[in-house]
Design a protein around this ligand. Structure first.
Ligand code: BES
Ligand code: MN
Ligand code: ZN
Length: 506
């Protein structure tokens, strides 16, 4: 989908060549006197377009409009969340007519955040999965023009939103791929493709290197599968080398059968989504490659299958993690924490400014927060606040859960330094407490995305979350750093973002 931002009044938008014109109507009175504005104002007055975000009124060939279809969509207070509801409803309504070109115009002045929200919402509502369903009806809206009075004022937010969409769609596509089309090896190939973008490098480790590093916990999860594990290391360098990076760690279980502690058959297919944390790291790097913010970021992805065969790790087995701590594997289905703990230990070598892990970690988090907010755990108040704010800003929300030491009681083991499960109660917190034992002396946060990374049922599919949250966090952090940095000696001009190395990956 390609996006364009233009300074447009409603009258100008009506003159644009397109298949559908979506007019976003907020609560403020509509002052313009062109025929479409007059129509919208009278519909509002008559109560045919209630002032509630997401309410629609569809028109066919109204006067003075080039597009044959027009959808008036209410966006209430015009805040990003309301814009999102309006745009999603309108795009869903318009989709039936398979428009190729769409114009979305704001009837009232709108800021960058509102424009960004329109872009991500339109992309979300029109995304179509293709990898293993290539003959699926192709995405209907191919070209989207966003019209707003102050296009210049919204252009930075618009560009970032467009980049974020590329990241979200990459994460969706990899999340949606069935496990036989998204093996650890294929995931690593996708990461290598990202290494072609400016300022991104990718390195992939295999079983031998992982064993050499002493990642006995990660290796134990992988040993029941004939697919070889991969440990992916991505680096984005947008700031001077000596600036401490933010490290993102994504759980990359490409299929989770539960192992010997086998999961029930119902809905087990959804465990192909158990690499959505990894996909969100890939998606975030895709966006970084476009936006080129002044920040350093490392992405770590431990990736393997959790399978069940003659070599598989068994309940009661004790493994030695890279940190040296021994772990009693009481339940082979609590495998996410077993691969993440070694990646967290590996993260120390980057002397990170912050480490954020992202994982479809616990069913308990789905029970706690459902599909609305991701679970957030943090050892550091500033990091917690920044991630919460980024979630609100990107409408990819999270909610903080506690980390009291009492929750770790159940992790005691008679046979190892720690067990990989505690009781069922507070399971999302217990899992976070397990991870915390492997965190070094740096601010750390853990996002449990088990409830938010994909949808079940008729709309089954990956959401691309929390790419929006992560990109927002990283770009805000880069901007804050730039604002507080000591002024540089005025010798040479600021270097421009270097040109792309090669063709950008899809
Ligand atoms: N990948 C699952 C978590 C999960 C389950 C995510 C359902 C989304 C929906 C994870 O590896 C897992 O199996 N966790 C167990 C932990 C338990 C054995 C302590 C769980 O949540 O049941
Ligand atoms: Mn599991
Ligand atoms: Zn899992």
């Amino acid at each position: 989908m390609d996006f364009q931002l233009k300074p447009l009044t409603i009258a100008q938008a009506a003159a644009e060549k397109s298949d559908v014109l979506i007019v976003l109507v907020g609560s403020a009175p509509i002052a313009s006197k062109d025929s479409l504005s007059v129509l919208a104002a009278s519909a509002r007055k008559a109560g045919d377009l209630p002032d509630k975000a997401g309410k629609l009124l569809s028109l066919y060939r109204p006067d003075d409009v080039v597009a044959s279809r027009v959808v008036l969509a209410a966006i209430g207070d015009g805040k990003p969340a309301s814009v999102r509801s309006g745009v999603i409803a309108a795009v869903n309504a318009a989709k039936a007519h398979r428009p190729k070109r769409a114009v979305v115009v704001f009837a009232q002045p709108a800021d960058g955040a509102a424009v960004a929200s329109a872009v991500t919402a339109a992309a979300d509502a029109s995304y179509v999965y293709t990898t293993t369903k290539p003959k699926a009806e192709a995405r209907s809206i191919r070209h989207l023009t966003v019209g707003v009075a102050d296009a210049a004022g919204a252009s930075k937010a618009f560009d970032e939103a467009r980049a974020t969409v590329l990241g979200i769609e990459l994460a969706k596509e990899w999340g949606n791929r069935p496990a036989n089309h998204a093996t650890p090896t294929l995931l690593a190939e996708a990461a290598k493709e990202l290494g072609r973008l400016s300022n991104i490098k990718c390195e992939v480790l295999g079983p031998k290197e992982v064993e050499k590093l002493g990642m006995g916990s990660f290796a134990a999860v992988a040993q029941g599968s004939s697919e070889p594990l991969r440990f992916i290391v991505l680096r984005y360098q947008g700031a001077p080398k000596d600036q401490a990076p933010v490290v993102l760690v994504g759980k990359g279980i490409t299929f989770d059968t539960g192992g010997v502690s086998l999961k029930p058959a119902a809905e087990m297919d959804e465990m192909k989504f158990d690499m959505c944390g990894a996909a969100s790291v890939l998606g975030t790097f895709r966006a970084l490659g476009e936006i080129q913010p002044a920040i350093n970021v490392v992405g770590l992805i431990p990736s393997c299958e959790n399978m069940n065969d003659g070599k598989a790790v068994k309940p009661g087995d004790v493994v030695t993690s890279m940190s040296g701590q021994t772990i009693e594997v009481l339940n082979t289905d609590a495998e996410g924490r077993l691969i993440l703990c070694d990646a967290l230990t590996y993260a120390k070598r980057f002397e990170p400014a912050a480490v954020i892990d992202i994982a479809t970690l616990t069913g308990a988090c789905v029970i706690a927060l459902g599909g609305v907010r991701s679970g957030l755990f943090a050892s550091d108040e500033t990091l917690a606040g920044a991630l919460q704010a980024a979630g609100e800003q990107s409408q990819d929300r999270c909610w903080r859960l506690p980390l009291d030491d009492d929750y770790a009681e159940g992790l005691k083991s008679n046979f190892a330094d720690v067990a990989n499960i505690g009781g069922r109660a507070g399971g999302a917190v217990v899992a976070a407490k397990f991870l915390q034992r492997f965190v070094g002396d740096f601010p750390w946060a853990h996002l449990d995305i088990a409830g938010t990374a994909w949808k079940s049922g008729a709309a089954k599919g990956s959401t691309g979350r929390p790419v929006g949250l992560l990109v927002s966090y990283l770009t805000t952090r880069a901007a804050d750093k730039a604002a507080t940095a000591p002024p540089k000696a005025k010798t040479k001009a600021e270097p421009k973002a270097p040109a792309r190395k090669a063709k950008s990956p899809k």
